[in-house]
Design a protein around this ligand. Structure first.
Ligand SMILES: [Zn+2]
Length: 377
């Protein structure tokens, strides 16, 4: 069993316990350790030597959308580059969809994640880009998770193509007013073709003034100011981090900001992977997340992201699992998920495998045997 509690088991970061048991009371973990030492319980369940891990914490996804961009993916795989503007394809389809269609699509994707072991998911708006469409997207996301993020600044929509400043005014004014009540976080796509450093700073600061906590899409498509801006505004996590300068790495190390790596994006856009090994060696904490979205990466699978992190980013299976569980929890400022220490949410996954290592060792194989969320299956 992986507890991610270094006080448990072998004393490693993963807190590995062999021949383990976990005791759950109501929706919380109350005890972990060797099964021979387990306190009496009303009911018990033997998982037959299978590995148990904390549920995955997917700290970055975009599940409120309609439409399909499989043709764009096919074009990309035959040579077309990825650009931020493709988002507008999904914006048009999302605006045209009914609330019921958006909610059903989101529920289907959350269920798909659950089957693959994800027990906590962050969900962003960002495919509405009008006051009403962003607010309804967040209201729908709120039904599935408390980790909702206002991403009105995903891209400048076509109707503001000649007036990006006017769009920033909309995002920081009426749109933020309509959305703040449904969101915990504020996010910006700080990238060439989307929002520059000054625009991004203004949006993050406006969100912070309304009680939202900042996070940022940064340095995905090239070098840029996003990572340092995230550190400047005190973001808990900055996401993508594919193209980093030495100054960016130093800023992350100094600020303690978590780098959330999204290797499914590099896989799905055929791009170079972020340097997970280098960041770990620089002392930076990492999270792994899916970035599940219809354009740049339509996987909902955290096991797949773990396999990519191990194969392509120089991370060990242990480092990748930690990043996909405890790292995600830290990136969301949650001390109750991503680990199985006493007091944690009873969110756990039983693998059809004897060890968590199989998540990377057996890529593409559905290894999740069962999942508990808050102690319930
Ligand atoms: Zn994203």
């Amino acid at each position: 069993m992986v507890t991610n509690d270094p006080r448990s088991g072998d004393g490693s970061e993963l807190g590995l316990v062999n021949d383990a048991a976990v005791v759950v009371e109501r929706n919380r973990v109350v005890w972990t350790g060797r099964s021979t030492l387990a306190p009496a319980a009303d009911t018990s369940h033997d998982v037959g030597g299978r590995a148990v891990i904390p549920g995955f914490v997917d700290s970055h996804s975009h599940l409120v959308f309609a439409g399909d961009r499989s043709q764009e993916f096919a074009a990309r795989m035959t040579g077309a580059p990825y650009s931020a503007g493709g988002i507008n394809t999904t914006v048009a389809a999302t605006r045209a969809a009914t609330d019921e269609q958006l909610a059903a699509n989101l529920a289907r994707l959350v269920a798909e994640m659950r089957r693959q072991g994800t027990t906590t998911v962050e969900i962003k708006s960002g495919y509405g880009l009008t006051v009403a469409d962003e607010a309804r997207g967040l209201a729908i996301a709120r039904q599935a998770t408390s980790e909702t993020t206002f991403l009105g600044a995903h891209v400048v929509p076509p109707e503001y193509a000649d007036d990006p400043g006017g769009y920033v005014d909309l995002v920081t004014g009426p749109m933020l007013d309509a959305c703040a009540g449904y969101a915990k976080w504020v996010d910006v796509f700080c990238e060439r073709g989307a929002f520059d450093a000054d625009q991004s700073r203004a949006i993050l600061r406006a969100g912070q003034a309304r009680g939202l906590r900042p996070r940022l899409h940064a340095n995905q498509l090239g070098h840029g100011p996003g990572v340092q801006l995230a550190c400047e505004v005190g973001a808990l996590a900055v996401d993508h981090c594919t193209y980093l300068s030495d100054e960016d790495v130093a800023a992350l190390a100094d600020s303690g900001t978590i780098a959330t790596l999204l290797p499914g994006v590099e896989f799905s856009t055929r791009s170079p992977y972020p340097d997970g090994r280098g960041l770990l060696d620089a002392g930076i904490r990492l999270a792994l997340a899916s970035d599940c979205n219809p354009g740049s990466c339509f996987t909902s699978s955290m096991p797949f992201c773990i396999a990519l992190a191990v194969r392509e980013m120089g991370m060990s299976p242990a480092e990748a699992l930690w990043a996909a569980t405890a790292g995600g929890g830290a990136a969301l400022g949650r001390d109750d998920v991503g680990h199985l220490a006493p007091g944690a949410a009873a969110d756990l996954v039983v693998l059809d495998a004897p060890s968590y290592i199989h998540l990377a060792y057996r890529p593409g194989v559905p290894l999740v045997a069962s999942t508990l969320v808050g102690g319930a299956g």
